[in-house]
Design a protein around this ligand. Structure first.
Ligand code: ZN
Length: 231
């Protein structure tokens, strides 16, 4: 996994060379774009790392983990539940990887280098909007249809709530400040960008409760036995 982070840093380091001489708004827009692109890549890698690809092949009899619903085999209710939980788990893991990437690009004070954010709250406000915009894009592309992936507002919640675990583990002194700020901003961002069922605190609570099945499936499937060991 260290090699993976190294690769990300190397890639991003090469890209930053191109930023010399262009405006800050463009850099900020590009940064949001890179975060979005990495999130999608990291989601797919998370399926591999978490053992989902092996599980659907060995236990469910599919040739591959199909993200687009084109597999001809009908899914049973229980298979849909498992696949949906895997998608949520991949989003959660991708969010954690993405935070490690984000933090590694922000310099020693955690405020950025080419772009200097006024405060840590501003960093995470930017991150919250970047993630929300990916979810809005998914909402536009899918019309909220499909029963394998969580709904776009659920994905926003899953990815952004990953901040709790990350800050708990690595920056506990900033946990409350960042967590409270992101919770407020994720509702605001949903409202400002049109993310359906994301802008009402009651919907947010409903979303949180509706996702409790994910950890049940993790236990029931013993998916951890399929996870790749990381050295
Ligand atoms: Zn997926």
């Amino acid at each position: 996994m260290r090699i993976f982070y190294f690769w990300l840093l190397l890639f991003f380091g090469g890209i930053t060379q191109r930023y010399k001489g262009i405006g800050k708004k463009e850099v900020l827009a590009d940064f949001a774009y890179f975060l979005s692109s990495y999130l999608i890549l990291l989601h797919e890698l998370s399926h591999v790392v978490l053992g989902h690809c092996d599980y659907v092949q060995d236990e469910l009899g599919f040739e591959s983990l199909d993200e687009f619903g084109q597999d001809e085999k009908e899914l049973s209710e229980s298979e849909i539940r498992i696949r949906k939980a895997f998608e949520a788990e991949a989003d959660r893991q991708a969010g954690e990887f993405l935070l490690a990437f984000l933090e590694s690009t922000l310099g020693s004070q955690g405020l950025g280098q080419h772009i200097r954010f006024p405060s840590r709250k501003h960093v995470y406000e930017f991150y919250t909007y970047a993630i929300t915009l990916v979810c809005v894009l998914l909402q536009q592309l899918t019309n909220r249809k499909g029963n394998i992936h969580p709904k776009p507002n659920e994905r926003q919640y899953i990815i952004l709530s990953g901040i709790q675990k990350y800050f708990n583990n690595y920056q506990p002194d900033q946990f409350n400040m960042i967590h409270n700020h992101v919770t407020l901003k994720m509702i605001e961002a949903a409202k400002n960008t049109g993310l359906i069922e994301g802008s009402d605190p009651k919907d947010l609570m409903k979303t949180a409760l509706s996702l409790s099945f994910v950890d049940d499936v993790v236990k029931e499937t013993k998916i951890k036995d399929y996870q790749l060991s990381v050295k």
